[in-house]
Write a protein that binds this ligand. Structure first.
Ligand code: GLU
Length: 286
């Protein structure tokens, strides 16, 4: 059997909380119990929201929890050329198009969200006249969106194996023409994560079930770009005692706070392995 390679891939846009720790522990344990490798990738593609202090905090949190990683820490901001090359390939195949719409315009005209948190893009910019499009590209900011109808025609049917859900048939079209390169960032999460998991040889993607919908898109991108499909483990999210999801936005404590209070990181990791919220830490506001 080939070596298991898992990864933890946080975005340094905020502090890690117990939910992140829960996910990182699962990825770490999968690798360690199989003599595999556990990688750390910092997903810092968003220049407006990335903070260096959060990168340092992530490394310190993982060490505190006893989750040592293998090899160098990979930063997506060092890999923009790889994402640009992949986007170029999709441009040549006419599977992406430029989109000038603002968030407000999309919100005003989009269909209701379906399967994903974002509204489905109504396709406004899909059929702009080529001359007009070229003109607008010289004066207006734009994103690159996938032409989902064309892309799914080229690549289907698509399946992936999920250790939690079993065999899953990808239906990326439910999410419409998603963004692959943003107006304010040279790549989107979907494209960067798909390329990096393949480039780093990740065999097992361990992440929360909140990213399950995203995997439909990633499976399509793998097919379009000729990349392998890893196994997926979309684990249930850590719930607080009140039965609510333990996420930072619900006021869950940051790991850095627990560290600063002198809490024992290794003991907390052990409790999280058993799905226990460490004593004394509420899940946040009700
Ligand atoms: N960077 C993403 C996040 O922090 C997670 C990426 C992934 O695990 O695929 O939400």
């Amino acid at each position: 059997m080939s070596e298991i390679i898992s990864r933890f891939a946080p975005s340094p846009t905020g502090q890690l909380h117990l939910g992140h720790a829960f996910s990182a522990i699962r990825a770490y344990d999968l690798a360690r119990t199989n003599n595999g490798r556990f990688l750390l990738r910092i997903e810092d593609i968003d220049p407006g929201r990335t903070r260096e202090e959060h990168v340092a905090g992530i490394l310190a949190d993982l060490e505190w929890l006893g989750l040592g990683w293998d090899g160098e820490v990979v930063r997506q901001s060092d890999r923009l050329h790889l994402y640009a090359a992949a986007l170029e390939r999709l441009k040549v195949e006419r599977l992406v198009y430029t989109c000038f719409c603002t968030r407000a315009e999309i919100a005003a005209s989009a269909a209701a969200p379906h399967g994903d948190e974002n509204p489905i893009y109504p396709g406004t910019c899909r059929h702009i006249d080529p001359t007009r499009r070229a003109e607008r590209m010289t004066t207006e900011p734009y994103a690159w969106r996938i032409d989902m109808a064309a892309a799914t025609q080229q690549a289907r049917p698509l399946d992936w194996w999920d250790e939690t859900a079993g065999s899953v048939r990808a239906v990326p079209e439910r999410q419409g023409d998603v963004v692959l390169a943003r107006k304010d960032a040279p790549v989107s999460y979907h494209l960067a994560v798909t390329i990096d998991d393949a480039a780093q040889g990740v065999t097992d993607v361990v992440r929360g079930e909140d990213l399950f919908a995203a995997t439909h898109i990633h499976r399509l991108l793998q097919a379009l770009l000729g990349l392998p499909t890893p196994l997926y483990h979309h684990h249930p999210l850590l719930m607080g005692p009140d039965g609510k999801r333990l996420a930072k936005r619900d006021g869950a404590p940051a790991l850095a706070e627990l560290r600063a209070q002198g809490a024992d990181g290794l003991a907390i990791a052990q409790e999280l392995r058993q799905g226990i919220i460490p004593a004394g830490f509420s899940a946040g506001k009700a």
